[in-house]
Design a binder for this molecule. Structure first.
Ligand SMILES: [Zn+2]
Length: 355
């Protein structure tokens, strides 16, 4: 991965589609899985954390998924994401460095000029040992440093609520998102899984409060669960976007509703293949082509750019083209839809916060 990051402008010219002058938009990337293994290695050894592997390459292999090492979403969240990545990316130092490295690396390596990074600040404060405002300010400092260094980059942070959290804990996250909206917190998301006690209908007024205060709404839904979850999400929250939403392909009425409401789906192709949410390229093609021909707007994202081998954003487009899953003209459309659907709303649309 480091090799990709060293490419200069001459290499950029040869890369055509992916290195277009306007750059690429990324609307669905998680903080914990956007930090590279080498940054995690650095953080762990700076802080003195014990790691599951003592040798660097074994550590990388332990974290990363690839076609030879797939895991279901639940397995990965429970075995790797929450116990290892969340822990290593906790605390002020780790958050500032992690966000700075992931934003600046995305611009340098993939010409990503619009990046919405998402994370739950309560998953990065060592279970309350670190003051939540300090954790959030560290996230924002990391982002601002990257924005100052790379003026073509626009970035914002989405706060993830957690389906396994109590309503009260999620309310605190929304209040913090509102408090830091002017500093670059642009929206809220619902993540994680909880088929038992979580209901979108319990969040109608909280989401309305977020919206009234300028935040945009997205939610993970229709990735591994059934379409009932998507129906409830749409009927209760009227989200601006939905993360994944691939299960809608099985429900014509739902597709019609998504298209009518103009809800944009954040598609994450390689993530869905690695977690077996999609069986193979054939199913991926069926989903994307069905959405495209049913008037559903969607965009291409990484979800976990550093935790899946060869899954940086430009590689995802390459993959879709090489495997004839989408045409170049269709991918151009998805790029346009992504730029239109961003939650980043700055007075100067061509620049970042500081221009
Ligand atoms: Zn996601």
């Amino acid at each position: 991965m480091e090799g990709i990051r060293k490419n200069g402008s001459s290499a950029r010219a040869k890369r055509g589609f992916f290195f277009r002058p306007a750059g690429l938009p990324e609307l669905h990337a998680h903080l914990g899985s956007s930090i590279s293994p080498q940054t995690y290695w650095h953080i762990a050894h700076t802080e003195g954390y014990k790691l599951p592997k003592r040798e660097y390459h074994e550590f990388v292999d332990h974290l990363i998924l690839d076609p030879g090492r797939k895991m279901t979403l639940k397995e990965y969240l429970d075995k790797i994401y929450h116990p290892i990545l969340d822990r290593l990316s906790s605390g002020a130092m780790a958050l500032e460095k992690g966000i700075y490295d992931s934003l600046s690396g995305a611009y340098r390596s993939n010409n990503i000029t619009l990046l919405e990074l998402r994370g739950n600040p309560m998953k990065h404060n060592h279970d309350g040992e670190v003051d939540l405002d300090h954790a959030i300010m560290a996230m924002l400092r990391g982002m601002e440093k990257a924005l100052l260094e790379y003026p073509r980059l626009r970035a914002g942070i989405i706060f993830c609520l957690d389906r396994q959290f109590t309503h009260e804990k999620n309310r605190i996250i929304v209040d913090k998102a509102i408090k830091y909206h002017r500093r670059g917190v642009i929206g809220i998301d619902f993540s994680n899984y909880n088929p038992h006690t979580f209901h979108f209908r319990d969040y109608v007024s909280l989401v309305e409060k977020a919206r009234k205060n300028g935040l945009k709404i997205t939610s993970h839904s229709g990735e591994t669960d059934d379409t009932n979850d998507m129906w409830e999400c749409i009927d209760s929250l009227k989200p601006d976007r939905i993360g994944h939403g691939i299960k809608a392909v099985h429900d014509k009425k739902l597709m019609k509703k998504i298209a009518e409401l103009g809800i944009v789906l954040e598609i994450c192709p390689l993530s869905n293949l690695m977690t077996r949410a999609l069986k193979d390229n054939r199913e991926l093609k069926h989903v994307l082509q069905t959405f495209y021909h049913n008037g559903i707007k969607f965009c291409i994202n990484t979800d976990w750019p550093e935790m899946i081998r060869d899954a940086h954003l430009s590689k995802q487009y390459e993959y879709l083209l090489k495997n004839k899953i989408m045409t170049e003209a269709q991918l151009e459309k998805t790029v346009t839809w992504a730029f239109e659907a961003t939650f980043i709303n700055l007075p100067n649309k061509n620049g970042n916060l500081y221009l």
